[in-house]
Unconditional design. Structure first.
Length: 247
């Protein structure tokens, strides 16, 4: 299914967030110039006009550094590759951040230690409102947190993001749940997947179901989507390449 937004055609099955390794330097130079143009006056000063495109560009920068770091031969060399990130951001000073927050995207994702949205989307502090739990399900507190971001912070974009090799989805497929609370955690994942799906397909199905649950279980979120104030997308992060695709 394809969708056009601000002149950009999005293919939810194969669209790659970011342009890969090419064009990173040119984009970064323009970003630095914009960030240095004026001192931010409020928490909203750094909001991009197109949040989804900002996630796309940020992931392109991360994936380039991630792949270059993977080819490095030492920990120091890998650190140098990753240190190129965060340059030229519109960093808000503490004096501005004490006034409040105005994140331009909300990310519901897994608690997996390899999956940190601020890294994956090369985002600065205060850019992203992040909700994490094993398996990135739409548990009650997660839905309430998204409602807060919509009602109080006017966040215009929500991404539900699964990732390769998800341990929670793996456990849901195998039936392993050594404690009652883990059984509770895995229950919505098991309801979202099918026995005939491979792990990647199950991870994507689980993320799609969580996104749907945000709408079906919250009148606030449903209304924001219907009136055009909120867009919800589903992403899949591949740990090996560092890239995020829309599902």
């Amino acid at each position: 299914m394809s969708r056009r937004r601000n002149g950009l055609l999005l293919d939810r099955r194969s669209f790659l967030l970011g342009a890969g390794l090419s064009g990173i330097g040119l984009w970064g130079a323009g970003r630095t110039t914009a960030a240095q143009a004026a001192a931010p006056a409020s928490p909203r000063s750094c909001r991009p006009t197109n949040p989804l495109q900002a996630l796309r560009d940020g992931n392109a920068r991360f994936a380039a550094a991630w792949q270059q770091a993977d080819e490095a031969r030492s920990a120091d060399a890998r650190a140098q590759r990753m240190a190129a990130l965060w340059s030229g951001h519109c960093f808000l000073p503490a004096s501005v951040l004490t006034q409040g927050q105005a994140p331009w995207a909300c990310v519901l994702t897994c608690a997996d230690s390899r999956v940190a949205p601020e890294w994956i989307f090369d985002a600065a502090p205060a850019d992203l409102f992040v909700i994490r739990s094993a398996g990135n399900t739409a548990f009650a507190a997660a839905i309430a947190s998204v409602e807060f971001s919509v009602l109080e912070l006017a966040t215009p974009l929500v991404m539900v993001m699964g990732h390769s090799g998800c341990g929670a989805v793996t456990a849901a497929r195998s039936g392993d749940a050594p404690t009652p609370l883990l059984t509770e955690l895995l229950t919505p994942i098991r309801a979202a997947i099918s026995p005939d799906q491979n792990l990647e397909a199950a991870i994507k199905a689980n993320a799609r179901e969580a996104a749907q649950q945000l709408i079906s279980r919250s009148n606030v979120i449903e209304a924001a989507v219907n009136n055009g104030n909120l867009e919800i997308v589903v992403g899949y992060f591949d740990i090996g390449s560092g890239t995020v695709t829309l599902v």
